[in-house]
Design a protein around this ligand. Sequence first.
Ligand SMILES: Cc1cc2nc3c(=O)[nH]c(=O)nc-3n(C[C@H](O)[C@H](O)[C@H](O)COP(=O)(O)O)c2cc1C
Length: 367
Amino acid sequence: MAPSLKVTVNGMEFDNPFVLGSGPPGTNARVIAKSFELGWGGMICKTISLDASKVINTNPRYGKLRARESNEVVGFENIDLISDRPFDTWIDELTQLKKNFPKKILVASIMEEYRKEAWIEITKRVQATGVDGFELNFSCPHGLPERKMGAAMGENPAIVEEVTGWVKEVSTIPVWAKMTPNTGDVTAAPRGALKAGADGIAAINTISSIIGIDLKTLRPMPSVEGHAITGGYSGQAVRPIALRHVMEIARAFPGVAISGIGGIETGFDAAQFFLLGSSTVQICTGAMLQGYEMIAKVKEELTQFMVDHKFEDLRDFIGKSLPYFTTHADLVAKQKAAKAARVGAGKDNETWKGEISKETDSLTATK
Ligand SMILES: Cc1cc2nc3c(=O)[nH]c(=O)nc-3n(C[C@H](O)[C@H](O)[C@H](O)COP(=O)(O)O)c2cc1C
């Protein structure tokens, strides 16, 4: 029997755990409908706010980091803001989408200014469309912080707790809080959100970055009239950082629903997020670079991974790699003990320090 990719998280029944992350892939009802038809398990719409007239984008707003030899895009920077489409249009579209796709999971990403009335209003009005859940965007690192929104809130655990509490006062559907990686203590903001009743944590949003300087003009990129701001970094290059954030959150809050995000482009990338405690994963840049059709490939790859390991259900391996993180002192102790056991068994006469210097030599030799 083929393994099942179905997963239920906070009562939301996902056909498969692949969710399109908030961003250009969920920019309007037409593309959201297309992604449901193609088989995505869920969809987070582009972040919406009550007054889109305050959202003014620039061009260009993307920058790419390419591998030196293959030219493959390995990192991606954007200075895209939240949705600049009118709130009422979104309300109509979300309502229609839920009518046409009642069984598909549609999550609304919302963001507002630091005012209780605004958060209560957006929560009530969006909830009335019938969406399945909320994702609170506490994490956009550019543009919005100038209005004290996005990462400006997410950097402050007390504000995350307060705002999540406002949403939870009126929300009757699950609420995920989406975290910024641009903080010191990875667990502080999730702790605030969970204290206020958040049902899950989504991590990570983009990493504050500068994609590069144009060496002809000496101007930073992406250059808007010769000037720039720092942007949000995503794509393959951020995956190791995202994995670390998910691991820290999963270990700090066992059993909490985590939606893992950052640099996922294959089903095998996704498997690593499940092994570290995610129960769904989100893909944004990968879908921008490969197209919505990538869903067929990532589902196949995850299924292949499950067949290889004889896992029948995602819950068979969610969090399975978490127990193997420890302290450095413990690694040293474990290595000493393993070495002693090998020497005792007459299999190894070298010191473990010698093994480490062999490893360093081989690294230098490849240069
Ligand atoms: C162009 C672009 C626009 C984005 N817009 C949003 C947004 O409106 N709201 C949000 O929560 N995250 C937004 N994100 C962040 C993504 O949802 C995701 O957290 C991040 O890019 C890391 O995942 P990835 O490497 O799969 O893209 C955006 C990302 C990109 C690349």
